[in-house]
Design a protein around this ligand. Structure first.
Ligand SMILES: Nc1nc2c(ncn2[C@@H]2O[C@H](COP(=O)(O)OP(=O)(O)OP(=O)(O)O)[C@@H](O)[C@H]2O)c(=O)[nH]1
Ligand SMILES: [Mg+2]
Length: 193
């Protein structure tokens, strides 16, 4: 798959109808600050398309993007940010639930984990949820630029073991260097045919 065009469509607090809905969707999930919005910008080669921030909890709504006029890319709000209030956490839960209940068009979930850290309880829960719902998913390990080659191999083993996937199924990604772009686009393409 190649990305030729990308535009912002809408932000939703409650997932529901939006203009153009009905196209196949790719959704992106992961812990707060893992690099979801940066990955969208990197994949689309469009700086500033998705708002990024060094402060966790930047994306608090479901943001919808349109690529190649034929696919919707969904930037989901991050989970597991300790500093958010109970009510904010509940709001996150119902937003996600609302999304999964109604997203019949979801073809594949891109789950991001930080290559430097062991996957969190939230990541494990997400994988279990995706497996239970038979939702195909791809794991990418972000911030790969922050580790040496040797450290990276060790980290991928830990991520693989924790999420019960094979290490070679995890795509190392760097929004800084562009590493992983071709591999991820190829993987995503397989789920959209
Ligand atoms: N070195 C490095 N930094 C990254 C990478 N991806 C993201 N970052 C940085 O990590 C921080 C968070 O990135 P975002 O893309 O905003 O993360 P997010 O997952 O969308 O965060 P929320 O919207 O808060 O859930 C920013 O400071 C980014 O510059 C990467 O691959 N390498
Ligand atoms: Mg974000």
């Amino acid at each position: 798959m190649e990305i030729k065009s990308a535009k912002f469509v809408t932000s939703l607090a409650n997932y529901g109808p939006f203009t153009g809905k009905g196209l196949k969707q790719i959704a992106i999930a992961g812990k707060s600050n893992v690099g979801k919005s940066s990955l969208i910008n990197g994949l689309c080669r469009a700086k500033g398309l998705a708002k990024t921030s060094s402060t966790p909890g930047k994306t608090r709504l479901i943001n919808v993007f349109l690529i190649n006029d034929t696919i919707h890319l969904i930037d989901l709000p991050g989970y597991g940010y300790a500093k958010v209030s109970k009510s904010e956490q509940q709001r996150w839960g119902s937003m996600m639930q609302g999304y999964f209940e109604k997203a019949d068009e979801l073809k594949v979930m891109l789950l991001l984990v930080d290559i430097r850290h062991e996957p969190s309880a939230g990541d494990i829960e997400m994988v279990e949820f995706l497996r239970a719902g038979h939702i195909p998913f791809i794991v990418a390990a972000t911030k790969a630029d922050k580790l040496s080659r040797a450290q990276r191999q060790r980290s991928l083993m830990i991520v693989a073991r924790t999420l019960l996937v094979q290490p070679w199924e995890i795509t190392p990604w760097s929004s800084q260097t562009g590493e992983g772009r071709e591999a991820l686009l190829a993987e995503l393409g397989k789920h959209l045919d």
